[in-house]
Design a binder for this molecule. Structure first.
Ligand code: SAM
Length: 273
């Protein structure tokens, strides 16, 4: 299989072949090696063939496996969820710093997808609780499942609806996070096939200039923040100036951008009062 993958130009043929074999046979690497001389069951071989065909057609391995690691935790995916990206862990790190020292530690995550950002924060911070919203009802199902899987379900409230719509009068938060869709509509076609053909459009399309979601989120966030609370959003690498301008126009103070490990502009944080 790995030769087939290599000939097809797949970047990591050995790794992909191993992960799909582990999935098809329900065994970890060592057991697979130890039992390689045994006759393989037909059902497992049929499964493996199916997975290989999907991979050769361009489906990413994480989509076939249905799971992706984020902040050291496995997150279950479905068709409505973005595959969590390593750079989004910056929101977790920054979010934990913002919550540290605050008494009630209530957070809101907008466009939660798998729930990776708030669930990682809750797993690290046992006294925190989170509300999370997403317009995709299937994403809400995945997020609830993941919260249960990581033992934080009692402190995690996922609600279906657009951005702040599912919130109740009087609710307020120490921290609001969001990794919203931020790709310019015209650029979606230019994305890698693994992304444009397999990540949901609702998770990618940020409107004509990529800033549609930021206008709503940054414009309304202060209304839902406690005094001293903060908004932290992930941005596309060319959106720093435009998003910081939105923060400043909305009345945030100490607005700052942070770069990711690759040196690209990645998150913008602003404080309320
Ligand atoms: C870039 S994905 C991020 C998902 C997840 N937070 C992550 O970092 O992996 C953006 C998410 O925003 C959701 N979304 C898009 N439009 C929305 C809206 N109007 N209200 C709430 N969520 C929305 C999408 O369904 C998707 O889950």
């Amino acid at each position: 299989m790995r030769d087939l993958f290599r000939r097809a130009g797949i970047d990591t043929p050995e790794l992909d072949a191993r992960l799909l074999a582990e999935l098809a046979f329900g065994m970890e690497r060592l057991e697979l090696v130890n039992r390689e001389r045994e006759i393989a069951p037909t059902e497992a071989l049929t499964r493996l063939q199916g997975y290989a065909t999907r991979r050769l057609r361009g489906e990413p391995v994480v989509r076939i496996i249905g799971e992706k690691e984020f902040w050291g935790l496995p997150f279950t995916l479905n068709a409505a969820t973005l595959v969590p990206r390593p750079e989004t862990e910056m929101l977790v790190r920054r979010g934990l710093e913002i919550l540290k020292g605050r008494t009630h530690k209530q957070m809101l995550d907008l466009g939660t997808g798998t729930g990776c950002v708030p669930i990682a924060i809750l797993a690290e911070s046992p006294s925190a609780s989170a509300v999370a919203t997403d317009l995709a009802s299937e994403a809400i199902i995945a997020a609830l499942w993941n919260a249960d899987r990581h033992g934080v379900a009692k402190r995690f409230d996922a609600r279906h609806g657009s951005w702040f719509d599912p919130l109740r009068v009087g609710e307020s938060f120490d921290l609001i996070t969001s990794n919203p869709p931020y790709v310019e509509s015209a650029d979606i076609e230019k994305l890698a096939p693994e992304v444009k053909d397999h990540d949901p459009l609702l998770a990618l399309d940020g409107g004509p200039d990529g800033l549609d979601a930021y206008r709503i989120i940054v414009g309304e966030a202060r209304h839902w923040l406690k005094p001293g609370g903060a908004l932290a959003v992930e941005i596309g690498s060319l959106q720093n100036a435009a998003v910081r301008r939105l923060f400043i126009d909305a009345g945030f103070r100490d607005v700052a951008m942070e770069k990711d490990l690759g040196g690209l502009d990645r998150i913008v944080v602003g404080h309320h009062l």
